[in-house]
Structure formats: structure tokens, C-alpha cells
Design a binder for this molecule. Structure first.
Ligand SMILES: O=C(O)CCc1c2[nH]c(c1CC(=O)O)Cc1[nH]c(c(CC(=O)O)c1CCC(=O)O)Cc1[nH]c(c(CC(=O)O)c1CCC(=O)O)Cc1[nH]c(c(CCC(=O)O)c1CC(=O)O)C2
Length: 362
């Protein structure tokens, strides 16, 4: 297979490793998505999972924001979804317009484990993601690095039991008390799949990795330590070990445990290079707690992109300054960009982070 084109912008990789860099690198969660008219053009003709499973289409969407914003983005993220793992484990997931992901037959009791594959051949089931990554690495022509990603065990377990989005997560949480042993069994199964999947993504060409624990904040501090932390820790330590053993690049890893502000200190000690913050955490507080042991990512409220451009500039400037002149910071939002945001508002945000941070680091 042909070698990948050389990387021309490695700013975000250097920043993730904690090196001093000339300005804050920036990318955006969900940057290839519904706020872009060019996304809807493709989406008109193809279903969501059809796009995920067709490497040429997943690649095309991944490149859309890179083509549109040029040097204002310092990374790309492969177009896919966290729910490809439950699918690989044997559960059906549909994307219902206006509702989001729906499992027609979620896990109701541990007896439903019968409906999942006993052994998951991760590399076979998710080969379409690997193919999309390899193709995208070539088509990027080294403009920016490419992130691979996975959902975290707790968030995926919650989806598998709730059968979709939920306000209370009461079904998933009931499992914690009603089926403690099977809860850990399920979390472990998902962890094993996630580890193989992340290593496979790097083998295919991913240059950075992010783990999304989007529903971490629904667990309190005590439960987070029990049901999330040990598994996301296993993911980082095992992935790094396996990458090393396979002679692959030990790529930077990011953890995004949305809402888990109370776990910030723990999150700095589980072998992730970058900790992604949601917008409810004050950057100065985060720096104090993490003591510069990790790189911090984030964290403007995605809804601020609905503000007048001057307010976006002001808010982004305040954020960059709050992370600090010498800080280890990667610019992003506090969660994914929302589908009805004006793409020009995002441009203002990206420009502000890049110019303000370059200015204060001079
Ligand atoms: O209810 C929700 O907020 C999200 C549920 C949802 C998911 N996939 C989904 C939907 C429907 C929707 O977004 O409306 C379905 C989904 N996934 C995606 C899209 C594209 C878009 O948002 O416009 C869409 C919407 C697709 C469509 O309707 O056309 C793509 C996606 N999901 C994801 C990623 C990784 C990333 O964020 O960069 C990416 C790819 C990267 C990219 O778009 O640039 C990750 C993902 N998917 C999902 C979650 C869990 C979020 C949560 O539950 O809070 C997460 C992790 C997270 O964002 O925290 C589940």
C-alpha cells in the first residue's frame, strides 16, 4: 500500500504532547455535519449509516470542513458515530429523522446478551471505518492530522439499554443496582471492543484518538469511579501498550467525559494526553486542578455561536486568555457544534482562537 503523504501541519500533535507551540491549535467536535449545506447535499441522497459504511462518502464528508475553512482548522475527525460499536456487537441501530439514534430492540435484561455476538470480530465488523480512515489520510494530502474515535463504555452501555436518547437514564441506571455483575460484564465487553477498534484505527491511519464519554455527567462522583473511570483507564493503558507492541505510533489520546467536572483530577491520572472540557468548567479552575499535567481542550458553550459575531470574538478571546498565555490548550467547543449554527459564526470562532493565541504567545 502507498505511504501516506507527509504531514504539513503537526501543530495539534505537538500541542497534545505538551510541547510549547506558537499558537493554540483548533478543531471542532461534529465539524463535519448538519450545520454545513454541503453535508445536506450528500445526506439528501444517502442515509446516515450508509454514509458511515461507504468509505468514499465518509471521506468526502470528513473533508468538507477542511476544504471550507482551510488553515483555520488544525485537525480532521473521521465521519462515523459512536454507535457503530453496538452495531458491531450485534444490536440494530436506526437513525430516525428528528429523533436521532433508535435501537428497535434495546437490552432489557441480561438475558438479552443472547442477542449479541458471543465473540466480536472487531476488525471485520468495523473494517469499513478503517477503509474510510485510510482513504481519508490519502485525500487529506497531509493538510492536517486525522482523529479516530470511540464512545466510552458507560455511554455506549447507556445507549444500548435506553435504546436511544433519554432525559433520566433511569433504565440504564436501574441496571447498575439490579444487575451489578452483568453491568461490569457489559462494560468490560464494550471496553475490549473499543480497545481493538482504536488500535485498528491507528493501524489504518488515525493520528490522534478521542474517547467520548458523553453521558459521564449523569453518574455522580462515586458511581463515575465505579462504572466509568476503570474502563476509560483500561482503554488508554491497553491501547498505548498494544500500539507499542505492534510497532505502531503511540498517538496522543483525548478523553471527553462530559459533565464530569468532579472527576477532573482523576482524569489527569489515567494516561490520556488531553482532557476535553465542557463549557461548565472554568478554564482557570481546570488549570488549577490539573496542575498542567495534561493538555486541556475546549470549551466555549456551542450555543454562543448563535451570538453576534462581536460577542463570539469577545467570548473566544476571554476563553483563550483564561486558559493562559503558556497553557497547554487545544481550542474546541464544550460539545459538538449544533445543526442550525451559521458556518460563518464558526469561522469567526476559529479565527479568533488562532489570532488571539498567536498574539499573546509572541
Ligand atoms: O442526542 C444527541 O445529542 C446526539 C445523538 C446522536 C448520536 N449520533 C447521532 C445522533 C443524532 C443527532 O446528533 O441528532 C447521529 C449523527 N452522528 C454524526 C452526525 C453528523 C452531525 O452531527 O451533523 C449525526 C447526525 C446525522 C444526521 O441526522 O444526518 C456524526 C458524529 N457523531 C459523533 C462524531 C464525533 C464527533 O463528535 O466529532 C461524529 C463525526 C464527526 C463529525 O461529524 O465531524 C459522536 C457522537 N454521536 C453520538 C454521541 C453521543 C452524544 C449524546 O448522546 O449526547 C456522540 C459523542 C458526542 O457528541 O458527545 C450519538
Amino acid at each position: 500500500m502507498a505511504a501516506f503523504p507527509p504531514l504539513k501541519n503537526d501543530l495539534i500533535i505537538r500541542a497534545s504532547r505538551g510541547e510549547k507551540v506558537e499558537r493554540v491549535p483548533v478543531w471542532i467536535m461534529r465539524q463535519a455535519g448538519r450545520y454545513l449545506p454541503e453535508f445536506h447535499e450528500v445526506r439528501k441522497h444517502h442515509s446516515f449509516f450508509e454514509i458511515c459504511r461507504t468509505p468514499e462518502l465518509a471521506c468526502e464528508l470528513t473533508l468538507q470542513p477542511i476544504d471550507r475553512y482551510g488553515s483555520l482548522l488544525d485537525a480532521s475527525i473521521i465521519f462515523s458515530d459512536i454507535l457503530v460499536i453496538p452495531q458491531a456487537m450485534g444490536l440494530e441501530v436506526q437513525m430516525v429523522p428528528g429523533r436521532g439514534p433508535v435501537f428497535p430492540a434495546p437490552l432489557v435484561t441480561p438475558a438479552d446478551f443472547e442477542r449479541m455476538h458471543k465473540h466480536v470480530d472487531v476488525d471485520k465488523e468495523l473494517d469499513y471505518v478503517y477503509k474510510a480512515i485510510t482513504l481519508t489520510r490519502h485525500k487529506l494530502e497531509g493538510r492536517v492530522p486525522l482523529y479516530g474515535f470511540t464512545g466510552a463504555p458507560w455511554t455506549l452501555m447507556a445507549y444500548m439499554i435506553e435504546g436511544g436518547g433519554s432525559k433520566t437514564l433511569s433504565k440504564a441506571k436501574a441496571w447498575l443496582w439490579q444487575h451489578p455483575a452483568e453491568t461490569h460484564d457489559l462494560l468490560q465487553r464494550i471496553t475490549d471492543v473499543a480497545v481493538t477498534f482504536l488500535v485498528g484505527q491507528v493501524r489504518a491511519g488515525a493520528q490522534m484518538l478521542q474517547v467520548f464519554d458523553s453521558w459521564a455527567g449523569e453518574l455522580g462522583p462515586y458511581d463515575f469511579k465505579k462504572y466509568s473511570l476503570p474502563y476509560i483507564k483500561q482503554i488508554s493503558t491497553r491501547v498505548k501498550k498494544e500500539l507499542k507492541e505492534a510497532g505502531l505510533d503511540v498517538v496522543p489520546m483525548t478523553i471527553f467525559a462530559k459533565g464530569a467536572w468532579y472527576a477532573l483530577e482523576d482524569l489527569t491520572n489515567i494516561e490520556y494526553d488531553v482532557v476535553s472540557l465542557d463549557w461548565t468548567i472554568d478554564p482557570e479552575y481546570a488549570r488549577k486542578v490539573t496542575k498542567d499535567q495534561v493538555v486541556l481542550q475546549g470549551n466555549m458553550d456551542p450555543n454562543t455561536l448563535y451570538a453576534p459575531f462581536d460577542t463570539i470574538r469577545e467570548t473566544a478571546t476571554r476563553m483563550v486568555k483564561a486558559f493562559g498565555k503558556d497553557s497547554k490548550h487545544i481550542g474546541n467547543l464544550g460539545h459538538g457544534i449544533l445543526p442550525t449554527v451559521d458556518p460563518e459564526a464558526l469561522r469567526v470562532y476559529l479565527e479568533t482562537i488562532q489570532t488571539v493565541s498567536a498574539e499573546i504567545r509572541k
